[in-house]
Design a protein around this ligand. Structure first.
Ligand SMILES: [Zn+2]
Length: 181
């Protein structure tokens, strides 16, 4: 009986926990409702902050924000989505490990289709990104797609630049420490 009481309290606290609420809210922003697309195109502007990035448990991302615009329209059986974004992701510098804010910006096109990937004859010949949705799905969860778009927009090399005199803006003590160790 006591154990059951604990379970009820635990479940109650879990769903009322502020973090749970925030995470749900964050993720709901990136879910695209599909029901209205039969009638009109959808445009949604979202400001994503560190809460969104923390959904993915990537310890490399120290801080981040991004302004994302989702534009969706339905043409025949396909929903075309354009994801444009502009923001900043703070990661450790490759050279000195101190925080480095890198700008990310880009525009990706995604097609949403209904059914299984195997249904499609031309699967594998796609040049565009395609996401398959269950038939009758009421919304498309673009959380992973948007996250990956932002991460892939980061430069491969993430190093502090130089100042006007050509001196590295890396933390010199850290650079020396890493070189010596
Ligand atoms: Zn650096």
């Amino acid at each position: 009986m006591i154990a059951e009481c604990f379970l009820v309290v635990y479940i109650f606290l879990y769903f009322c926990h502020p973090i749970y609420g925030i995470m749900n809210e964050v993720q709901n922003q990136v879910k695209l409702p599909l029901s209205n697309l039969e009638r009109k195109a959808e445009r949604r502007e979202i400001r994503l902050n560190a809460d969104f990035f923390s959904l993915f448990d990537n310890s490399e991302i120290l801080d981040a924000y991004a302004d994302v615009v989702l534009e969706a329209k339905k043409v025949a059986e396909t929903i075309s989505v354009v994801v444009s974004f502009e923001g900043e992701i703070t990661v450790p510098c490759d050279r000195c490990l101190e925080a480095l804010a890198v700008s990310v910006r880009g525009e990706n096109a995604l097609s949403l289709r209904f059914g299984e990937a195997e249904d499609s004859d031309d699967w594998g010949n796609e040049e565009e990104d395609v996401m398959y949705l269950n038939r009758g799905a009421g919304e498309a969860d673009l959380t992973v797609y948007v996250y990956e778009s932002l991460c892939l927009a980061m430069p491969i090399q993430r190093v502090h630049g130089d100042d006007a005199e050509g001196n590295s803006l890396c933390n010199p003590e850290m650079t020396k420490y890493i070189k010596d160790s």
